[in-house]
Write a protein that binds this ligand. Structure first.
Ligand code: DGL
Length: 265
């Protein structure tokens, strides 16, 4: 049976909702609490120490909300702080990393592109993923400054965005990749545009479903139909201005009228 305690998730902004929607799909009865660190977004070019301090502050807040498990729904924060957070808190903490292993399983020509933030791509976690699963493969890392901000603005249906993303993707296509990893939790919201730009022969992979499966495994709760409560709740917090972020949340979560509570931490 589902415990009444919540699952906490966070990211620099609302990108982590791409992970939360997979958690919701797999575990419909769980109560979910999401923190968007909108006042400090983006994290992608910040020093690792700063990101780690933000992670501690947010985890303290989530724990005060009664969470039983924390998902760091951010590749960048996981790269900067996953081990430190696990060491500090006495609870399960699940991170997100670029889906190199699944990509290695589906690539045919052995050439894989990874788009992510700079912090993720220079981090030791990514390096060790490539060492573990990338033997015999060519993996091309492409940082994508600006994309997180575009998702947070809620406006990507325009030529400037298409131009910026094409510039990044073209570099990978020029290498001949047949698989592209979305190594930032904001990017799945750009998936339709990315798929349109790369064409149907390129596989596009993200980490959301794998993370949700890991959450279910850790909770020993992979069979939602066994739960008595039918629908879990969702609550949303931000360090930013709710007036500005509520429309973006509505767009990304696909539901109008959601309330976001301001929490300065
Ligand atoms: N969604 C975060 C990630 O997965 C983006 C971090 C940021 O640059 O703010 O890396």
């Amino acid at each position: 049976m589902t415990s009444q305690r919540k699952i906490g998730l966070f990211d620099s902004g609302f990108g982590g909702l791409s992970v939360m929607r997979e958690v919701r799909r797999l575990l419909p009865a769980e109560d979910l609490v999401y923190f968007a660190d909108s006042a400090h977004c983006p994290y992608g070019a910040k020093p690792v120490e700063v990101i780690r301090e933000r992670a501690y502050a947010i985890c303290d807040f989530l724990i005060s909300q009664g969470v039983k498990l924390i998902v760091i729904a951010s590749n960048t924060t996981s790269a900067a702080a996953l081990e430190a957070v696990r060491e500090k808190y006495n609870m399960p903490v699940i991170g997100v990393e670029p889906a190199v292993k699944p990509a290695a399983a589906v690539t045919v020509n052995g050439k894989i592109g990874v788009i992510a933030t700079g912090v993720t791509l220079v981090g030791e976690r990514f390096n060790s993923l490539v060492k573990r699963y990338g033997t015999g493969l060519q993996i091309y890392a492409q940082p994508c400054p600006g994309l997180v901000e575009i998702v947070e603005s809620g406006r990507w249906d325009n030529e400037e965005t298409e131009g910026l993303i094409s510039g990044y993707l073209d570099k990978l296509l020029a290498k001949g990749v047949d698989t592209i990893i979305l190594g930032c939790t904001h990017y799945p919201f750009l998936r339709p545009l990315i798929e349109k730009l790369v064409g149907k022969d390129i596989k596009v992979i993200d980490s959301g479903e794998g993370v949700a499966r890991q959450v279910a495994r850790v909770l020993g709760n992979g069979f939602p139909e066994g739960n008595i409560r039918l629908a879990g709740s969702e609550s949303f917090f931000t360090s930013g201005n709710p007036k500005f972020v509520e429309p973006v949340l509505a767009l990304l979560w696909g539901k109008q009228g959601l309330q976001v509570t301001k929490k300065e931490i």
